[in-house]
Design a protein around this ligand. Sequence first.
Ligand code: GAL
Length: 428
Amino acid sequence: MVFEFQKALKILLITFLLSLFFSCSKEKQTQAIDIQPLEISSWWTVEGENNALLVLQNQFLEENPDSSILNSYMAGGSGAIARKLLFERMGSGTPPDIFQILAGKGLINSSVKMGQVESLSFLYEEMDWLSLYEPDILKALSFDGDLYAVPLNIHRSNLIWYQPEVFNELNLEIPETMDELLVLCEVLANNGITPISLGDKLSWTALHIFENVLLSVLGADRFLDLWSGNLSFQDTEVVKAIEYFIRLIGYSNSDHSALSWDDALWNVVQGNGGITIVGDWADSNLISKGLERGTDYAWAVFPGTSGLYSWLADGFSLPKGAVQREEAIEWLRLCGSRKGQSIFNSLKSSLPARQDIDRSIFTEYQLSAYEDFKSSRLIGSVNHGVLISDDVWFLLLDIVGDLVIHRDLSLAQSSLENLRKEYLLSDV
Ligand code: GAL
């Protein structure tokens, strides 16, 4: 009898616990259905760039308290992974709600021309944004009279980063030509410092150097001719640039293929590398680690490119079929707003894409970048989406990746010349 009672009690208890469990999990399910998060896809995973994204997201959540956000991160600077994976998601009809883009042919010649992205012209009209943005950037986001993204910022890519103490101790000057850069490398090497700090785990960082060397040797007009397919990779000056590139890579750290751009930057700050060549998101990364500009690190224009501002712009696009379309548009409104651009860019070390942001809130880096931006000729970046389509970019990454490994000038020349004839000439 006692046994029977205990058994019944046990069954009752188990039934109660099970019902409690199911009612809780049902509640969880309902919650998940009710609060569908806004899925934002980006590659801003590194300290600094990630902080900037999160500040913008917090602002969004503050303004939209009923919303939630799901971050679909695809790590890899310049979207080296993201640009590929996104393409697949768009193709299979399961896009995120909103995705990070780079302004230029990279965006226009893929998702836009394939009809996978919504036109945002209506938003520009509604928000009266058209006259506020830098015209070169709006042009890079347009196709057939429509605009396909909201730009957040303008980054600069023709920069070098160094450690002032190391330069002072060795009495080094900032190089102004490719030859001076090679002399600097030699002096650094003789003093036991790896001259070029490189992290090309993903080869966009090597392409980043490659394009800077080409810009330096060719100058702006011939550089643009090269990437529109109108200058041969057999041209004497182009060959000279490739040779310079090979020599520079020869001065890099032996573990370069195991590192990423921020590792390479950190090695410079630690005094283990002489210079690193990367865009101004470097400033954002170092500031977020608590370092001080001018003392712990400094920057200069890539040798031979002063007067030129090699630019790229990040922004967001709205894929067709976004589940949370309304919220995604709300996100775009914030990205394009004065508030959004102010809070994001001071952490990202980029200039706002809007031209009406109060410069009294600019950081020391932004102020110096702004001066240069206003007085320089703007040249779109090859490596960061502006001048070439994504499919050409992926082929170029392979060629430059091979060049770093084999240092074979004639192989690179013939691969690049094939790329020009088969792709660049028709990449309009
Ligand atoms: C660039 C992007 C920058 C920066 C960098 C490294 O393509 O425009 O915002 O994040 O990649 O991730």
